[in-house]
Design a protein around this ligand. Structure first.
Ligand code: AMP
Ligand code: MG
Length: 333
């Protein structure tokens, strides 16, 4: 009898919320942003993820001397970490998918505008024109671990690195058996499983016009990645110049979109597409979405209109100032 009572007590304790795995968290400053990691499991998993973030930053940074990317850029070719080679190949596929609106060789132009160095300036048309001659992702080759660029070209993985990092952390944690975790790499979120109580994660999407959120999307095992002009920009003579460059013009994107969120299973895809869709604008974004499967969009226009694609119609909830805004749903039709 006593034994039965003890078994019952143990069962009851197991069902108490206190018996659920504890939240292990860490805040890291890396890749120019604040990163927040939460795993409902072993502390060691969070520590391993922090080590992975620093390791990836060392390989992928365009500014840190000795990184894979800096070596490729300095010499025009280099043998890189196998993971870096894989990321470059994935990024090149996304450049192709977006018809070069995403272009990982746009770095000479990004640098001329002062992004990545912080020495902001508006370059002359002639300078932009000659830099654009070096921009062409189709000329990049990856053979095994050897990456080669044409003369004068330079790579920048800034548009995909955080999404890729989220994917790598998610794989690390899933392979270790983690059932519940959330990684926020400064606007690039990865949900691992659902919440510890079994519900979906609710990921907030920032209002591009304030510090508030405009809504939340409920997800499990998904990436939610946002690109927006508000994330990094400078102003000169009353004009705002953002860090996302339209490779066709060599100038900061000005497509009528204030922010773009892409939701899908892979962070690297969501990250690449969020940057590209920000450049494309609403109409081309709709076309890209109709012609491809596997991701959804939340688009906010400069005038504050909100568009979502129909895959997230039931999982997106507007919040705050946006509760009374009409959310326009883009359908495959
Ligand atoms: P994200 O924050 O993911 O939208 O990426 C923006 C970063 O990607 C910028 O800070 C640049 O380093 C780089 N970038 C800007 N424009 C482009 C572009 N059209 N294609 C690829 N990378 C870009
Ligand atoms: Mg991106």
């Amino acid at each position: 009898m006593k034994r039965a009572a003890a078994v019952l007590l143990c069962l009851a304790l197991l069902l108490l919320p206190g018996c659920a795995p504890r939240a292990r968290t860490s805040t890291v400053y890396a890749m120019d942003t604040v990163m927040e990691l939460t795993a409902y499991g072993d502390r060691a998993l969070v520590d391993e993820a922090v080590t992975l973030i620093h390791d990836l930053e060392e390989h992928l940074s365009v500014t840190a001397a000795g990184s894979d990317i800096a070596r490729v850029n300095a010499e025009g070719h280099a043998d890189v970490d196998p993971g870096t080679a894989r990321l470059i190949s994935r990024a090149l596929d996304l450049c192709k998918l977006t018809d070069g609106v995403l272009d990982i060789t746009v770095y000479p132009v990004v640098r001329a505008w002062g992004f990545t160095t912080g020495k902001y300036r508006v370059p002359e048309e002639a300078e932009i024109g000659s830099l654009l001659e070096k921009v062409d992702y189709t000329a990049v080759t990856v053979h095994g671990e050897r990456v080669t660029l044409p003369q004068g070209a330079m790579l920048d993985l800034g548009a995909v690195a955080k999404g890729w990092t989220g994917d790598r952390i998610a794989s690390l944690w899933r392979e270790a058996g983690l059932k519940s975790g959330l990684v926020n790499l400064g606007g690039s979120v990865q949900a691992i499983g659902g919440k510890p109580d079994g519900g979906a994660w609710r990921v907030g999407i920032r209002d591009p016009f304030s510090e508030e959120v405009l809504g939340a999307v409920s997800v499990r095992d998904m990436a939610v990645v946002t690109s927006g002009g508000y994330q990094r920009y400078f102003e000169e003579n009353g004009v705002r110049y953002c860090h996302i460059i339209d490779p066709a013009a060599g100038r900061p994107a000005d497509s009528g979109l204030a922010s773009v969120t892409v939701i899908g299973p892979e962070g690297v895809v969501c990250d690449g597409l969020s940057t590209a869709v920000y450049v494309m604008g609403l109409e081309r974004a709709e076309k890209l979405w109709r012609e491809n499967q596997g991701f959804d969009l939340v688009l906010v226009t400069d005038s504050g209109e909100v568009f979502i694609t129909d895959g997230i119609e039931d999982s997106f909830t507007p919040m705050g100032d946006y509760e009374d805004t009409e959310i326009q749903v883009i359908r495959r039709g």
